[in-house]
Design a protein around this ligand. Structure first.
Ligand code: DUC
Ligand code: ZN
Ligand code: ZN
Length: 488
């Protein structure tokens, strides 16, 4: 233990399980010792009065991604990962997003070309499957899963992304066979389309109608359907960016029945409401995301879901578009709600918001905070225990967190390329002062220290949480497997 490169001394270390006062000894990229009065390291960080937390894992963010409508995200892998690091996040899992007709292999190659030279923290990739062709399902996807892309998102809505229930069953069956994690965007496409058309026919174009066009029932119904399809094939499923009470109830009910259904929510469903979309002029466009923020009652139900374990993860769904002609207003300064790019930024604000409003206000405890922002994502996506915890042998990805520091959120504080934050003017208490990634100081007292391209790609293991629970037949046999579902 004589060769410690860095010792974080005198802080309170919190993981998903424990809160312990101890030092953290780091050699090279790894944590090598946890204990009191560790020998001096070549460098020391005094963490007296501070929390020492696993760096956050943001397992749902869109970086350098072109939307189906052709609009490019405002953040590339440099600005996005710099923003993440400033907020205490040391791993991001954005999407390698397939547009219809594209080879998934080629898509992954292109995202690597974007990320490799720019990322300042480590990254993995989920895949987005919009075109489950024979080539994709038969060859590309199984091969990519074996290569460390072990999770993928599918959409039940959006004209250019959605898959139908038959395709969803194909995707779930493949995930079951290959041990991958399926993430689903669960909203009923036809409900949204039908309501939207009627709103537009009635001349209702303003951003606030985006929220009305995505009814809670559409989210609840699609969540129910996705869960039932996964139940039919006995395969785990993760429902992403959940906002509506109806959807939360479906997830909870499925969990209570013993199904491996997981839930993710995001800051916008805790801190924004549909009222934000009704701001003056086009201002509301800044808050358009799908599913939309709901009301204060829904916010409370989301908080309950975080506290009672219905949700395993709180990710940002960072989908950054500037409030100008390159982003939110790409279809013109008075575009209808249907033409506004969907998404809000959140990579930097995610941890401080949840700490300030969740931990400090007693809605969740520190262990839950760590689980929701880091550990569970690592487990769900095959990065645990290398990432998501502070333990001997784990990567030294650490946020030394000042629980008393007050920061007022502004676009500048976010260090992204968006030009606004939906949380402008909100003061949070608790902020990361030093952030380490694999033992490297990435943020030092709020200053960026990392080089472009110093982040590394993380191939993901097949997640154990993607495996069906209990007795499970590896090959689906309709005559045998589906009998249980036919019984009255
Ligand atoms: N909704 C999505 O499904 N993806 C990106 C952002 C959003 O609002
Ligand atoms: Zn989505
Ligand atoms: Zn998203």
């Amino acid at each position: 233990m004589n060769d410690l490169d860095l010792v974080i001394r005198g802080g309170t270390v919190a993981t998903a399980a424990d809160v312990v006062k101890c030092d953290v000894g780091i050699a090279g990229a790894s944590v090598v010792a946890l204990g009191r009065d560790l020998p001096r390291g070549k460098r020391e960080i005094d963490a007296t009065g501070k929390l020492v937390l696993p760096g956050g894992i943001d397992s749902h963010c869109h970086i350098e991604q072109r939307s189906a409508a052709g609009i490019m995200c405002a953040d590339d892998f440099y600005s996005a990962t710099v923003s993440a690091a400033h907020g205490g996040t040391t791993t991001v899992i954005p999407f390698a997003a397939q547009h219809r007709g594209q080879s998934l292999r080629q898509v992954v190659k292109e995202y690597h070309e974007c990320a490799g030279p720019k990322a300042v923290v480590d990254y993995a990739f989920h895949l987005i499957i919009s075109d489950p062709s024979e080539q994709v399902m038969g060859q590309e996807l199984p091969a990519l899963i074996a290569d460390g892309y072990t999770s993928f998102k599918v959409y039940l809505t959006y004209d250019l992304l959605k898959i139908d229930d038959y395709q969803m069953l194909d995707v779930l069956a493949l995930a079951r066979r290959e041990g991958a994690m399926v993430m689903v965007h669960a909203e009923n496409h036809d409900v949204i389309r039908w309501v939207s058309e009627r709103l537009l026919q009635g001349g209702h174009q303003a951003p606030k109608f985006h929220a009305i066009s995505h009814p809670r029932i559409a989210e609840g119904e699609a969540t129910h359907r996705a869960i039932r399809l996964s139940e039919l094939l006995d395969v785990p499923l993760l429902v992403v960016h959940v906002s509506a009470e109806e959807a939360i109830a479906e997830i909870r009910r499925a969990q209570d029945r013993g199904l491996r259904i997981y839930g993710e929510t995001c800051p916008q469903y805790l801190f924004l409401t549909a009222q934000d979309l009704d701001r003056d002029g086009m201002e509301g466009a800044k808050y358009c995301c799908s599913p939309p923020p709901r009301d204060t009652r829904a916010q409370e139900v989301v908080w309950q879901g975080l506290a009672n374990g219905t949700f395993q993860v709180m990710s940002s769904d960072h989908a950054p578009y500037r409030f100008d002609e390159t982003g939110k207003l790409a279809a013109g300064p008075n575009a209808s709600f249907k033409k506004i790019a969907n998404g809000v930024p959140g990579l930097c604000a995610r941890l401080p918001l949840l700490f300030s409003e969740g931990v400090r206000k007693g809605r969740i405890d520190l262990n839950q905070f760590v689980a929701l922002t880091a550990t569970n994502a690592a487990k769900l996506y095959g990065l645990y225990p290398r990432k998501g915890t502070i333990a001997v042998g784990a990567d030294a990805d650490i946020a030394v967190w000042d629980p008393e520091r007050e920061v007022t959120l502004t676009a500048e504080v976010m260090h992204d390329n968006v030009g606004y934050t939906p949380y402008e003017g909100r003061t949070v208490t608790g902020w990361p002062e030093t952030v380490l990634s694999r033992g490297r100081v990435v943020i030092d007292q709020g200053e960026l220290r990392a080089e472009r391209g110093s982040g590394e790609f993380l191939p993901c293991e097949k997640p154990s949480m993607a495996v069906p629970r209990g007795e499970s037949v590896p090959e689906l046999d309709p005559a045998r497997n589906f009998g249980a579902h036919i019984a009255p």
